[in-house]
Design a protein around this ligand. Sequence first.
Ligand SMILES: Cc1ncc(COP(=O)(O)O)c(C=O)c1O
Length: 393
Amino acid sequence: MEKRVYLDNAGTTPMVPETMQAMDEAMHQFWGNASATNYFGREARGMLEKARHTMAKSINAKLDSEINITSGGTESDNTAIYQAARARQNVGKHIITTKFEHEAILRPLEDLEKNYGFRVTYLDVDENGQIDLQQLRDALDDETILVSIMTVNNEVGSHLPIHEIGEIVKDSNAWFHTDAVQGYGAVPIDVQADHIDLLSVSAHKINGPKMIGFLYRRDGINFPSLMRGGDQEMKHRPGTENVPAAVAFAKAIEVHFADGQRQKNADHYVALKKRLIQGLDDAHIDYEINGNLTDNMAPQTINIWFKGIRNDALLVNLDLNGIVGAAGSACTAGSLEPSHVLVAMYGDQSPRIHESLRFSLGMTNTKADIDQLVAVLKKVIPEMQAEAQKTIE
Ligand SMILES: Cc1ncc(COP(=O)(O)O)c(C=O)c1O
């Protein structure tokens, strides 16, 4: 086998030498308790606040204090949903979201619906992974307290019109939250221009460490912490701050948000996706893209329907041949449930929901990785088809 090829960067990314080195140095130097007033605490606090500033600047937040560091995307999403609901339930109990959000949004909303009397509108998603803005306008009413719509979908990569959504929501009673875990670093985000009130980010999707992220909360939006404990994070999030992880996260931001880097990555990923498509065509593999390949898709993700090929079996065959892809999100992989994202886009009767794989690109991927993927597909797909034929006979 040639080297292993990792094409599941939407699941997680490896830390790169820059972020590992930053974390290592911070573990040696800035291990103090950032909330303590002693020397080591003050040193750690200085680094934490520097990291927070980098996070705030990356989304054009007005104030550093609008950034609450959390344990990652799931905590940021849960906090936004539960705490906005708690803080505003006297104003109304209606929330709008989409059918293809991440589980970190959908599960809290199901809980609010089932156990706390909230009404949730789930906007439809079309075959391009887009919502109908008129359906959003029609769904907003005086009782709507929150709209939560993701920036980029984690399974198919569709990029939602966050700016237009922000414009619509700002004229209503609702706060606008976006789960930007997959969009951050990949597509432009400006919380002020886009009228975003709450935004979730996770470091491990941009070559930073795991279990750290942030929740942006527009100045003036107040709700208590999801957890109860100490007064850290301006009383918004208890628990001793993980300064080395925050420092490494800030380094990951510096790497991804360096001048021209986002466009450079995008051009690289689009070229790799074109190479993959060409390879599939040349190999006469029967496939279709889930979503499309236009500018409405984030550059790093491609989701492919391999017609007539079970995705769980294909995934195992790829893995045995050194290729790591994904069927749906990591949280649902391994379960027999079809992807709720593809069900939302194509319906529960579509063969696509059992025959599709996601490949997601990262900074470390090369043309050779794509060539190796194509070579393996060219080998295993006919083998799987022949095997299936034998079973039928
Ligand atoms: C869109 C989206 N939201 C939230 C999360 C959860 O983030 P974390 O793994 O940092 O908890 C993920 C992770 O896959 C994601 O893709």
